[in-house]
Design a protein around this ligand. Structure first.
Ligand code: BTN
Length: 243
């Protein structure tokens, strides 16, 4: 496996996206860093991570005949790769919070940023960015509901080995995706989805609180939430948050 290791970089996602513009990258080319100066998160947020403690890496994927309409399955394949790695490491109470945060209990331990390159109705390539809190034990007071593998298990983890394991699992899941085994990926994802079938308080984009229950994911990747009156509503990423 080709891993480019950088001691510091603004963002491994940005670096790999730029590299893909100027060279023909091998599938699964991976860039990892010990220190991200301008880590990027979902919806324009930033990703903060203490240098030399955690995993911050990006993987380049190339596709043929992969329709944008199937993009949820890429998300399932990626988040499951991290989930499966952490499960094998016996990290307690892990779940995937829609769309792709990995939690232990109600604390976030991993964030994923998938950036697709499109041509017409197809995804031709993608950069998968993964930030996993591994050995960090102090977090800024401003960040709540966050944890790390070390805090959860009371021991140090080898970051290089974890990286290899995640990419190994990612390769297997991407093979399933390319074989169009969508049903299996979706079933595995739904099986470990945070708060699935558990009555939960949500907040919509107008700040209205309501009780509902996660029941599934729509074809477009929206969260399906059943209400008390049994209606099922679908929400995009900016339209709902868990309380
Ligand atoms: C999130 O908001 O939860 C997604 C965070 C993704 C962070 C990772 S760290 C490696 C890669 N490079 C980035 O700039 N972001 C991703």
């Amino acid at each position: 496996m080709k891993i480019i290791k950088l001691s510091a970089i603004d963002s491994t996602n940005s670096f790999l996206k730029d590299l893909a513009l100027t060279s023909t990258l091998e599938n699964f080319t991976t860039v990892a860093t010990d220190c991200q100066l301008n880590g990027r998160g979902q919806q324009g947020s930033s990703w903060e991570s203490e240098p030399n403690k955690n995993l911050m890496f990006s993987v380049f994927l190339r596709f043929q005949s992969f329709e944008i309409a199937e993009k949820s399955y890429l998300n399932f394949a990626v988040s499951l790769a991290v989930y499966e790695t952490l499960l094998a490491e016996k990290i307690p109470n892990i779940a995937i919070k829609w769309p792709n945060d990995i939690l232990s209990g109600n604390k976030k331990i991993c964030g994923i940023l998938i950036e697709n390159n499109l041509k017409g109705t197809e995804i031709t390539s993608a950069v998968i960015g993964i930030g996993l809190n591994v050995n960090q034990i102090d977090f800024p007071a401003t960040i709540s509901k966050v944890s790390s593998l070390q805090l959860l298990c009371g021991k140090n983890f080898d970051r290089d080995i974890l990286l290899e394991k995640i990419v190994f699992n990612l390769k297997r899941n991407i093979a399933l995706l390319k074989a169009k085994e969508f049903y299996n990926l979706e079933a595995a994802y739904l099986d470990v989805l945070y708060k699935k079938n558990i009555p939960t308080m949500f907040k919509d984009h107008k700040n209205t609180l309501f009780m509902g229950m996660v029941v599934g994911i729509s074809k477009e990747g929206k969260l399906q939430v059943a209400l008390e009156d049994e209606r099922v509503l679908e929400f995009g990423i900016k339209e709902i948050s868990f309380l």
